[in-house]
Structures are given as structure tokens and as C-alpha cells.
Design a protein around this ligand. Structure first.
Ligand SMILES: Nc1ncnc2c1ncn2[C@@H]1O[C@H](COP(=O)(O)OP(=O)(O)OP(=O)(O)O)[C@@H](O)[C@H]1O
Length: 296
């Protein structure tokens, strides 16, 4: 069954169209990464799915309902972001108790064990936590809620590397125990790719790609060789990205299934894999050349 379905989802904010006819569906009990450059529309999309914002056009169904103003969706969905505002006067321990009263599948034992593991004290106040600690606490709430739709919007902002690793590991372990639909937005695809079953890449409000993770990893290859050779070889092929390296060498990223390895070898062209993360970066370059051009 599909947990989330979007058809032609469009969002207008002031003069801007920040989501443009985005369509996709996510089966229940899957972990999907939502990636894209700054301003691509990730937060906008996630807030609409969480029922916090209303779509301007198109259809959105979360657990079979339009999420906006739906009590059913809001009790079965949690949206975790670094914009979360929790009451100043309540201790962390009381905040966990209150979260447990709201979310039907809340696991208090998990919450308390994570709080202890990450070095919180129950009587600390939320507003006195550092940014990384606050986001760690938010992430604990997100995990422990065990909501059927769990949305993490850049959850690791400010966390140090060890905490990020622990968080992703905890997420995977708990997901394996209690499968649910998890959306995770991140600027660091390389950090989360082992967790993800699919990737949704947004680019300036449009869906640029939505593929199973394994396909994203194998979608493109890089060709390095003499400029003329590479240009001739890649004619009529799907080129995602090109870059000059040195005087007469070019690096070109093309669709992997269009490469004949034998032919490339004969032409002296070296074929190398392209990581999922690099592939997404190549797909969403602004088309204004490279940063080096600024210094010329
Ligand atoms: N409240 C708002 N009013 C008007 N425009 C907004 C509002 N919130 C976001 N936008 C615009 O919508 C676009 C998408 O923003 P959004 O925050 O969804 O992107 P994002 O992919 O999450 O970016 P980032 O990676 O920087 O967090 C941006 O152009 C942003 O300026």
C-alpha cells in the first residue's frame, strides 16, 4: 500500500512557485531520502506532507488523507526539524512524558535509554541545550514516537560526527524492529545512502529524480580522456556533466548503460564509477560554470 501519494503537487509562496507539479508515491515502510541544493524545496515538501502547510494545487495523500488539518494524519505523523519549538519551562524528562501522551506508538523505554546514552539529564531545560544537543533531543523524540510517517528534516544539523553516526545507526536499528515510512532530508547523501531505499532529488522546486537507491548508485559513470576523443565518443549519448581537466583532458559523466567498455578502452578513455552523491550534485548544478571561474 502507498503511504504517500503526490500528484502534480504545486506550492506558491508570495511571488515564487516553490514546488512545481511534483508527482511521486512512497510505499509504506520504506526509508526515502529527500535531497537537493539549498532552496530546492525540501522543507516545503516535507511541511506539506506533515500537514503543516497547504498545497496550492495538485493532490497530496498521506495515509489516504489530505494531510492539511487532518487529525488522523497529525497523530500518525511526526515532523522533526531544527525549527522545533518546545516549551521553555518543561524539563527534558517532562517533555518526553508529554510526547508519550500524544503519540500512540511512543516507546518510553527507548526514549529514556537514548536520552541517557546521549548524556542528557532529565531535569535539563530544552532552551539551555546547545544547537547540536537540541537536535539530538529532537531526533530522540522522532525515533521514540515510532509514528507510521516519520519525517526528519535535516535532523543532524549541529551534531558532531560521532552523534550523527550514532543517530543513523539508531534509526536503522529501530526501523528494522518497527518498520515505518521514514523521510529524511539531508545535504549529505553520502552519509545516509546506506540507510535509504530510494532517493527523491528536488531541483528548484521540480522533481529531478526519484529512483531506488541501488539504481542511483549505478545510473552514471565518469569518462576521462583526451578532449576530442571524449566529445566524439559521447555524441548522441546522455551527458549529465562535463569538466575540463588540464589542457587537453575532459571528464564527462554519462548514463552508465550507454557505455561500451571495450570501445572506451580502445579510445584510451578511462571509465570510473560515479557515487550517488556526486551524481545528484552533477544533476543539480546551476549551469554557471565552476567556482574556479569566479577567480579568473
Ligand atoms: N515562508 C516562505 N515564504 C516565501 N518563500 C519561502 C518561504 N519558505 C521558503 N520559501 C522559499 O521556498 C523555496 C524553497 O525553500 P525550502 O526551505 O523548501 O528549500 P530547502 O530545499 O529546504 O532548502 P535548504 O536546503 O536551504 O534548507 C526557497 O526559494 C525559499 O526562499
Amino acid at each position: 500500500m502507498e503511504a504517500i501519494v503526490c500528484e502534480g503537487l504545486t506550492k506558491k509562496q508570495k511571488q515564487l512557485t516553490t514546488l512545481k507539479e511534483v508527482s511521486f508515491s512512497i510505499p509504506e515502510n520504506t526509508i526515502v531520502g529527500v535531497v537537493g541544493r539549498n532552496g530546492a524545496g525540501k522543507t516545503t515538501l516535507l511541511k506539506i506532507l506533515a500537514g503543516l502547510w497547504r498545497a496550492s494545487a495538485g493532490n497530496v495523500h498521506v495515509l489516504g488523507e489530505n494531510p492539511f488539518n487532518s487529525l488522523y494524519v497529525s497523530t500518525n505523523t511526526i515532523y522533526i526539524s531544527n525549527e522545533m519549538v518546545l516549551p521553555n519551562s518543561l524539563s527534558l524528562s517532562v517533555l518526553l512524558t508529554e510526547a508519550g501522551r500524544f503519540y500512540p506508538r511512543w516507546n518510553d523505554d527507548l526514549a529514556r535509554r537514548l536520552v541517557e546514552y546521549f548524556g542528557f539529564r532529565g531535569n535539563d531545560l530544552y532552551t539551555q541545550l546547545s544547537t547540536g544537543k537540541r537536535n539530538t533531543f529532537n531526533a530522540i523524540i522522532g525515533l521514540s514516537s515510532r509514528c507510521p510517517i516519520t519525517i526528519f528534516d535535516e535532523p543532524t544539523t549541529g551534531m558532531d560526527q560521532a552523534v550523527r553516526n550514532d543517530f543513523y545507526r539508531a534509526l536503522l536499528k529501530d526501523y528494522l524492529q518497527v518498520p515505518r515510512t521514514i523521510l529524511l532530508s539531508s545535504h549529505h547523501l553520502e552519509e545516509v545512502e546506506e540507510l535509504l531505499e530510494a532517493v527523491l532529488l528536488l531541483d528548484r522546486g521540480k522533481k529531478q529524480l526519484y529512483l531506488p537507491m541501488d539504481d542511483v548508485k549505478h545510473e552514471a559513470v565518469g569518462l576521462t580522456g583526451r578532449t576530442e576523443m571524449v566529445y566524439t565518443y559521447t555524441q548522441a549519448k546522455t551527458v549529465f556533466y562535463r569538466e575540463s581537466i588540464g589542457m587537453d583532458t575532459t571528464y564527462t559523466v554519462i548514463k552508465a548503460n550507454q557505455v561500451d567498455m571495450e570501445k572506451a578502452k580502445q579510445l584510451g578513455i578511462q571509465v570510473t564509477p560515479v557515487s550517488a552523491s556526486d551524481f545528484c550534485v552533477y544533476l543539480t548544478r546551476a549551469g554557471k560554470g565552476a567556482i574556479d571561474d569566479v577567480f579568473q
